[in-house]
Design a protein around this ligand. Structure first.
Ligand code: CAA
Length: 292
């Protein structure tokens, strides 16, 4: 049985992208945010992304309107009750995710699959908090969701084969290339990517080279689409710090320990692109490196 009705809880950077790709795949989507201003911001993100697709002539204005018409926005959790699949993309905080899933556990039908887009928490910790651990799975998308092809589909020791298969097929149906990952913190990509990003910051602290030269080095020397500091600003330094804290807590390995400079940037509100400043200043036409 394929997934037709999708619920997305949280419409930030990731949730908005997930809602968009699901609606583009002609699925019926309900997006839930906590208040009207978050709904407005989330809707704005989707409109902006679809606007970009219209401008690049990938879709027509008519198609954009149809896609938007397939997404219903709400502040009521009850509106997710009839969904085949609910994907949470709320803040990276286990308690908040578990409270959400526990309320959904009471509201949704027994068949509804719960998925988390967490980057670093374990799916098992969420599955253990609800009465349907066999129907809990990880669906980890990448930023920007409409562009990045990968989805990590994560199974716990309790996930049923049917749940895993349906989630895997869903990822394909929304145009992504799924891979199967075991439920360890960081799955595959962040297990490898996060130490790389943190290491770049550590090398910057040691004065190995300038930030811009290190960014240039990885783009021109390795063909990466963006250098590590541009990537940190893109992902969000607050998000990377949170992920690093969770992974360090899990593995107690130095390579996941957040470097002091990352903490200082976050303390100063330099979250990256989303706050206008991070390693770079994004207020002008081109990013300008800031003092670190
Ligand atoms: N939304 C929708 N479409 C977007 C977009 C967005 N936010 N950003 C870029 N695009 C589209 C553009 O429309 C363009 O499409 P076409 O090629 O069809 O015209 C395409 O992406 C390329 O965009 P640009 O030419 O503007 O810029 P670019 O070539 O520099 O690509 C990028 C931008 C796709 C973001 C590229 O720089 C890239 O791949 N960066 C690395 C991203 C990455 O590593 N993501 C993973 C982050 S880690 C993560 O997400 C996991 C986690 O848990 C932390």
């Amino acid at each position: 049985m394929s997934i037709q009705k999708v619920g997305v809880a949280g419409c930030g950077l990731m949730g908005s992208g997930i809602a968009e790709v699901a609606a583009r795949a002609e699925l019926d989507v309900v997006v839930r945010e906590v208040d009207e201003s978050s709904v407005k911001a989330g809707r704005g993100r989707i409109e902006k992304s679809l606007g970009r697709a219209v401008k690049k002539e990938k879709i027509s204005a008519e198609e954009r309107d149809e896609i938007l018409g397939r997404i219903r926005f709400t502040t009521e959790l009850e509106e997710l009750a009839d969904r085949d699949l609910v994907i949470e993309a709320v803040v990276e905080d286990l308690e908040i995710k578990n409270q959400l899933f526990q309320r959904l556990d009471e509201l949704c039908g027994a068949e509804t699959i719960f998925a988390s887009n967490t980057s670093s928490l374990t799916i098992t910790d969420m599955a253990a908090a609800v009465n349907r651990p066999d129907r809990v799975v990880g669906l980890h998308f990448f930023n920007p969701v409409p562009v990045m092809k990968l989805v990590e589909v994560v199974r716990t020791i309790a996930t049923s084969d049917e749940t895993f298969d349906r989630a895997f097929r869903f990822a394909r149906e929304v145009g992504k290339e799924p891979i199967a990952a075991r439920d360890n913190s960081g799955f595959v990509v962040n297990l490898l990517l996060v130490p790389y990003m943190l290491d770049a910051i550590r090398q910057l602290e040691r004065g190995v080279a300038s930030m811009t030269d290190m960014d240039k080095a990885m783009v021109l020397g390795c063909g990466y689409p963006m250098g590590p500091f541009t990537l940190c600003d893109f992902v969000g330094n607050d998000t990377t710090l949170r992920i690093a804290e969770i992974m360090f807590d899990e593995y107690r390995e130095e390579r996941y320990a957040p470097p002091p400079l990352l903490k200082r940037l976050v303390a100063m509100g330099r979250f990256g692109r989303k706050s206008g400043k991070g390693f770079y200043d994004y207020s002008g036409d081109e990013p300008v490196p800031l003092p670190v």
